[in-house]
Design a protein around this ligand. Structure first.
Ligand code: AMP
Length: 295
């Protein structure tokens, strides 16, 4: 299926998944809170149904080729109630699109590598290209979405099989995107940092014609952007002894306009008031962009 076909199939597949009982939707309350430091409107979603969910151990990701003993939910046979389609690209059908089985946001879907690849591995040019193609296809049908990737032990990921995730947002995109857009750049094509944020972050602004560029051009720009940001993540981690040693963990946020990489030093944030421990993934940096966590 082409990216446009996948995108047009998602809403009906989602309704079908719900109706067939394959997919669970957890209603949540959404609060908009203004952050005093940045002035940014943060979106905080409270999902009481998930509050008492037993905490699954964070998988210890092995970069080795094989998944661990736990059942991998991202291998065939796919649950027909979660399956959207195989994504067709230049290289054949390397990816499958599945709905998130446990949705807090409607139509949350995943782009999964068909062959097992580790969630500790960096995004490859084709991962970025296919993810971007889905965002472009979404925009053509009036949907604003962004993609995210939780990479490594401390990134808040729960599945070791490589998957990017997609969520619909309003026109402004995730709050952190509003901040990224507000940064004026002296020279285009170079990574920058959103100084207003309280945590290390590395961002790349794409040329405005990227959604209309040829596949080759797009791939080159996306891959170079990712590599330049990954370099900065590695140097942030290496030059700061408060980051743990070993393979770096980081979160990735991809929009049509920007790529964001956020190095992680802690997987969780402990709420001061209650002592509750929250696992924080990429969404913590999109919606709750100025949280107190020291990443
Ligand atoms: P992460 O926690 O970042 O690794 O993302 C894993 C995603 O997969 C989460 O959004 C989960 O809700 C979702 N998920 C877990 N099990 C399944 C499954 N069997 N089918 C589809 N999605 C799943």
């Amino acid at each position: 299926m082409l990216p446009s076909e996948i995108i047009s199939k998602v809403p009906a597949s989602y309704e079908n998944g719900l109706a067939s009982g394959s997919l669970f939707f957890f209603p949540s309350d959404n609060y908009i809170v203004q952050d005093t430091e940045t002035g940014l409107n943060l979106e905080i979603r409270l999902c009481s149904a998930l509050q008492h969910k037993p905490k699954l151990d964070t998988p210890h990701f092995e970069p080795s080729a094989q998944p661990q003993s736990k059942v991998d939910p991202f291998v065939p046979p796919y649950d027909p109630g979660l399956f959207v389609g195989d994504l067709t690209s230049e290289d054949g059908e390397q990816y499958v699109v599945l709905l998130n089985k446990f949705s807090v946001v409607p139509r949350h879907f995943l782009l999964v590598t068909k062959e097992f690849k580790s969630q500790t591995s960096p995004l490859m040019p084709d991962d970025l290209l296919q993810a971007y193609a889905l965002l472009v296809a979404g925009r053509k049908t009036g949907k604003n979405m962004f993609a995210f990737y939780n990479c490594g032990d401390l990134s808040g990921a729960s599945q070791p099989h490589k998957h990017l995730q997609f969520i619909e947002v309003d026109e402004d995109g995730p709050p952190v995107e509003v901040l990224a857009r507000s940064v004026s750049l002296e020279s285009q094509g170079k990574p920058f940092t959103i100084g207003a944020l309280t945590y290390a972050n590395h961002v790349f602004r794409f040329p405005s014609n990227l959604p209309y560029s040829s596949i080759d051009k797009r791939e080159q720009i996306l891959a170079n952007a990712f590599l330049s940001l990954l370099d900065l993540v590695l140097s942030t981690v290496r030059h700061d002894p408060t980051y743990p040693t070993g393979p770096p963990s980081y979160n990735v946020i991809l929009t049509l306009e920007h790529l964001h990489l956020i190095p992680r030093r802690l997987e969780t944030h402990t709420l001061e008031e209650t002592g509750e421990i929250l696992s924080v993934n990429s969404l913590g940096f999109c919606r709750n962009a100025a949280g107190q966590e020291r990443t």
